[in-house]
Design a protein around this ligand. Structure first.
Ligand code: SAM
Ligand code: SF4
Length: 329
């Protein structure tokens, strides 16, 4: 078992396998995109497998593949298969934009993904184009239908943005009537390559819940899974559920069980930190497994109490502006 210096169990790693993406979501990167990391600076598949196997031997049992868009990296399915075979990895999860995933459901089931988070911020084709700056709504919707028909537990990630997709909140909540899915409304964070879009966050989790309650006075609070980042609700009689994620307000740090590996090989013990340890340089300089273990333990022994402390530790000269595709959301 792995614990941090605040006594929190650490059993979950989020692995961002690439910083590349075929969409340009408004909340994640500027229209012109970001400067991608040179290929040789990305962790190789072999390096990622080594690190994940080591973390699994230390107590990590849950793995999420994210990015960038995982499927823009060649050989991704085979890589995922190999990760799923690592001893100690009991749960595989995936976050994807669904543009390259249509038709892959049988393979994803075979790999054994416990659940898949599909990013879909709107049900309107035109608004999808405005938000993602690409015309892929029909493909993403097809992926959604295939995931549900294939019986894979599906969660929809929707970032809530004033002036962009507020008219979608109720239609998306309505999806839970017909489909047994969890629709998650996420507070927008400043991880977009430029910095905050707003002086203050208008659509915080409280406002999202109030808005939903206005439309669904009988909206019911349901228990949240252990270590959940979402507060969960249900509309009585509907098949699915609704989650609200206070990603910017950061009200869930007390039970945070996760760490992150960025595509460029930085360890992050908090989404809001600036990367606490450069794994890639360490292993490329010949670190042994024991040395690597020691470095992980030392980083976890100095973990920020919450996202606010992690942000303060960055210093004023390094504000939170990097694109989420370089972190893995
Ligand atoms: N490309 C994949 C996708 O979009 O699902 C995986 C990577 S993406 C960075 C992971 C998640 O981060 C997505 O669900 C996206 O909505 C979320 N995300 C990205 N930028 C965000 C931001 N600035 N605020 C809140 N969520 C964000
Ligand atoms: Fe790409 Fe995902 Fe970022 Fe959208 S949120 S630009 S799909 S990495």
């Amino acid at each position: 078992m792995l614990y941090d210096n605040h006594g929190r169990i650490i059993n979950y790693v989020r692995l961002a396998v690439t910083d590349r993406c075929n969409l340009r979501c408004f909340y994640c990167m500027p229209e012109e995109g970001i400067d991608y990391i040179p290929r040789k600076e990305l962790l190789s598949y072999e390096e990622m497998e080594r690190v994940i196997a080591l973390l699994a031997s230390m107590g990590i049992s849950k793995l999420r593949i994210t990015g960038g868009e995982p499927f823009v990296r060649k050989g991704m399915l085979e890589f995922m298969q190999r990760l799923s075979e690592i001893e100690g990895i009991e749960q595989m999860h995936l976050t994807t934009n669904g543009t390259l995933t249509a038709g892959m459901v049988p393979e994803l089931k075979r790999i054994g993904f416990k659940s898949i988070n599909l990013s879909m911020d709107t049900l309107d084709k035109e608004r999808f184009f405005q938000i993602t700056r690409r015309d892929y709504f029909d493909t993403v919707w097809q992926t959604f239908e295939e995931l549900v028909a294939g019986g894979i537990t599906t969660k929809i990630n929707a970032v809530v943005m004033e002036g962009k997709n507020i008219d979608d909140l109720i239609p998306m909540a309505e999806l839970t009537k017909k489909y047994p899915v969890n629709v998650r409304f996420i507070e927008e964070m400043p991880f977009n390559g430029e910095g905050s879009h707003y002086p203050t966050l208008e659509w915080n989790s409280r406002k999202i819940v109030s808005y939903l309650k206005e439309h669904y006075p009988k909206l019911e609070k349901i228990p949240d899974p252990k270590h959940s980042t979402s507060a969960n609700y249900k509309i009585p009689g509907y098949q699915g559920s609704i989650g609200v994620i206070a990603a910017f307000s950061r009200s869930f740090c007390g039970s945070c069980n996760r760490i992150r590996l960025t595509p460029q090989g930085m360890l992050k013990t908090c989404l809001y930190d600036n990367g606490v340890f450069n794994i890639k340089d360490f292993i490329r300089n010949g670190a042994t497994d024991e040395e690597l273990k020691g470095a992980f333990l030392s980083a976890l022994g100095n973990r920020a109490k919450d996202g606010f402390e992690a942000e303060r530790r960055r210093g004023f000269d390094r504000p939170v502006t990097e694109s989420m595709s370089t972190i893995g959301g």
